[in-house]
Design a protein around this ligand. Structure first.
Ligand code: SF4
Ligand code: MSK
Length: 640
């Protein structure tokens, strides 16, 4: 297909659909994030700049021209630094607690359990990495020991996290020399909260250093365990076809949306919906079948493993309900709007919460239990089917836009695709699972030759502070034109899917070099690596490239970018990406700019510690320019 013939959904079309749905919300007597955002204007400047402190009851204290210190004497740098560290700690806690749940599911796995081993090769590889004997043992005995070892990483009293050993020697040395190698996951979170308690650390550089460390407890700890254990239990993702955007909802089917992050619950929902008896039941109520769909990072999890279609990203969660065509929305943890409670009251949608970590008023609470998960899922699917008759056709509007997307490119799949082209390595498959092998050398050769200029890890959320999805899509398109490969996760990935950029035909939007690579390897120019916990995969990808290239990771032309980030998890992520030695380009300002020292520390100060730092620019055109310049500068330093 020629470039002119491509007719992918534009941001303007996405916005028009959102506007129409928003109008329907107002007609129905309810509201959406846009109304709430408007009512919040002007937003508090003290909060925006990170100079409001309320960590003790002498406060709140605000730094103003007439008050340069809080009651205890904390200045702007202390207050902004403590707030920043607390955000990183909360983000690390969120990802890691998610991982803990998956570790418990692995501990309960068994041949007759609700959870089975789907990637035995990966389990055995991790067992070997952790010195766990597997020869001649029952696979579930090995799984349970691996699970226990993983759980021990949360609270072990001595040493640093085992996954740190996966990093390059150079990185391990930096972390040891700088004393930022992460110890037990919970310890780093706990220490961060302790350091920021009233009367403790007031020194901004120390707070930033701990932010790096607690971030790494996530990226090289919790998230990495979450990703690995999910692959063991639910299968390491492989390339598959799906579709993205609200148009994946079906007029004549029972629509169920799974939303959140933890794949344990959503996997059961997907499997339950596929049962023939459920499909029959759906037909018995006049529907053509069940349409299981995903939203936010849960969508990424189930799309990569089952091809489940993706309704949309973070700021589309209300839109899905507003279509009037969703019989049930089941959520697990993180990024769930409390607004879904009152909103679903105005529609027939049954809003189900499932985790004690995310109880939300206005929802039906079904506490997910690993022992009975599948039975619970079956009951929920039945309830969704029975709710089909309550759909009010007057309220139904499903926007037509949707795009095809090729998803599911974890490190193993990327290596497999490269191998298939260069034929330099044999394909190894164990029990139907792809075994990691080969190297990134073909990709490195393409970067060296300049066919590819470099790679960008595009991650993160949506944020109403910028035009939603526009920054993601605009930056990705510019990178594609400049022969820069993009790997993506989270809501950035769904923005790409909605705009057709994960369609293999999108190679026509690329520069000559990237188009040639996409054609040869048969991949889309934007590679989907999963959910936000899967940014740990990106750390291993960059590490693998640095190892195969035999250069310091700070030197490779690979960077991270989060143009629309909003969550505390993003602060943890940005910290571990910088700690890993990769520059991070942010399109939303961290809330520290009331302190010049903090602003300097996160952009330049960390470069002294890890060799990387943030570049912040809220203008996407300027931000992408900075990314391209940063990549070209790295190439120059490498002499390529
Ligand atoms: Fe105010 Fe200090 Fe208490 Fe913060 S810790 S609220 S700056 S007195
Ligand atoms: S869901 S953390 S809005 S990426 Fe992972 Fe999207 Fe950000 Fe949540």
């Amino acid at each position: 297909m020629r470039k002119e013939e491509l007719n992918f959904t534009t941001v303007e079309q996405l916005e028009a659909d959102t506007e129409k749905l928003r109008g329907m919300a107002i007609d129905a007597g309810t509201e959406t994030w846009q109304e709430r955002r408007d009512k919040q204007q002007p937003q508090c400047k003290f909060g925006e700049e990170g100079v409001c402190c309320r960590i003790c009851s002498m406060g709140p204290c605000r730094i103003t021209p007439k008050a340069d210190r809080g009651i205890c004497g904390a200045d702007a740098h202390t207050i902004a630094g403590r707030h920043y560290l607390r955000m990183a700690a909360a983000g690390s806690a969120a990802h890691s607690d998610h991982a803990r749940e998956i570790a418990h599911a692995l501990l309960k796995s068994g041949p007759d359990s609700q959870f089975n081993i789907r990637d035995e090769a990966k389990l055995l590889r991790i067992a070997g990495e952790w010195g766990i004997e597997s020869e001649g043992r029952d696979i579930y005995d090995v799984a349970h020991e691996v699970a226990l070892h993983g759980l021990n990483e949360f609270g072990k009293p001595f040493g640093t996290l085992d996954y740190v050993k996966r990093a390059t020697d150079e990185r391990q040395k930096v972390w040891a020399d700088q004393d930022i190698a992460p110890r037990a996951i919970d310890r780093e979170v706990s220490t961060s909260l302790h350091m920021t308690h009233m009367g403790n650390t007031a020194d901004a550089p120390t707070l930033v250093r701990q932010s790096l460390r607690v971030g790494m407890a996530d990226g090289w700890g919790g998230s990495m365990i979450g990703t690995d254990f999910s692959d063991i239990l639910f299968g390491t993702p492989t390339a598959r076809a799906t579709e993205g955007n609200l148009g994946v909802l079906e007029q004549e089917m029972v629509n169920i949306v799974v939303h959140g992050h933890d794949p344990a619950f959503s996997e059961m929902m997907v499997l339950a919906s596929e049962l023939p008896e459920m499909q029959e039941r759906a037909k018995s109520v006049g529907a053509k079948g069940i349409n299981m769909t995903g939203l936010c990072c849960t969508a990424n999890e189930v799309a990569m493993r089952h091809g489940v279609r993706m309704v949309g990203n973070f700021l589309q969660q209300e839109n899905a309900v507003l279509t009037g065509a969703v019989e049930m929305m089941c959520v697990d943890v993180q990024c769930i709007f409390p607004a879904l409670g009152p909103l679903t009251d105005c529609y027939h949608t049954i809003f189900v919460t499932s985790s004690p970590v995310a109880r939300i008023p206005g929802s039906k609470y079904v506490q997910f239990e690993t022992e009975t998960a599948f039975e619970q899922a079956k009951l929920l699917v039945e309830e969704a089917i029975d709710n089909y008759k309550n759909r009010d056709q007057q309220k139904v509007f499903i926007p037509e836009h949707k795009e095809e997307a090729a998803v599911g490119y974890p490190c193993e799949q990327i290596i497999s695709e490269l191998d298939d082209v260069t034929n330099s390595h044999s394909v190894l498959t164990v029990n139907g699972n792809t075994e990691e092998r080969g190297s990134y050398k073909p990709a490195i050769d393409a970067i060296r030759a300049g066919v590819l200029r470099g790679a960008v890890a595009m991650v993160g959320c949506n944020n109403p502070k910028v035009r939603p999805d526009y920054s993601h899509i605009d930056i990705m398109k510019t990178l594609m034109e400049h022969d820069i490969l993009v790997v993506t996760t989270g809501c950035a990935a769904q923005a790409a899917a909605k705009a057709g950029l994960m369609n293999k035909e999108a190679k026509e939007l690329c520069g000559d070099g990237l188009r040639r690579v996409c054609t040869l390897v048969d991949i889309p120019p934007i590679l989907h690596m999963g959910a936000c916990v899967d940014i740990s995969r990106m750390m291993l990808l960059a590490t693998g490239i640095a190892k195969d290239w035999n250069v310091d990771i700070t030197k490779i032309p690979v960077v991270g970018c989060a143009p629309e980030w909003m969550s505390e998890k993003a602060v943890a992520i940005a910290n571990y990406v910088v700690a890993t030695g990769l520059d991070v380009y942010l399109g939303i300002k961290p809330q520290v700019h009331g302190s010049e020292q903090m602003a300097q520390l996160i952009t330049e100060g960390t470069r002294e510690i890890t060799g990387a730092g943030y570049t912040i620019n809220t203008d996407p055109e300027e931000l992408v320019k900075a990314i391209i310049e940063g990549i070209e500068e790295k190439r120059k330093l490498l002499g390529i």
